[in-house]
Design a protein. Sequence first.
Length: 192
Amino acid sequence: MKQAWRILCLACVMMVLCAGTVFAKSVEEKRTETRDKAEATLQELYERQSGARYEVENSHAYAVFFNTGIKVGIIGSSHGRGVAYNNVTGEECFMNMKELSAGLGLGVKEYSLVFIFENQDVWEHFTSGDWTCGGGTASAGATDGESGGGIEGAVKLADGIWVYQMTTKGITLEASLNGTKFTRDKKLNGEK
């Protein structure tokens, strides 16, 4: 009888260890998948917008998100995930995105977002945990408010933050991100 209990206990310990290994692998697979999708999104952006590569590579930091949105009647939502990179420090931060919207509509939309961060303060604010965007639609005619310059094809979302929004049909000339919340993905970042 003691032998059976020892074997059972040993089997349980082995299952727990295997489950931990499988979980770790699935997290790494999600990280790899997110990085791969982010790279594919950037390549697509570079093909569609000639100056985007320069802006991304020379920014303080950037983030890439891929999302699916659904709108039925007057309520809509979207969800997605992405990864933010700090070009100065080399830091990588995996994130989630959730959006709620109101207004008449029907359909499903897949889109990608590429954020450009001009400095460390906006990077830290965006990746600190919970960053919410709301209050309107940014248009392509926006400038940075200081030098009168802008980023071709991108829209100014907030001070120091520009965004490219791409759909399957191309780059949109507005960023409708009302009620959108960006949060750190604790599992993929290895946080507790």
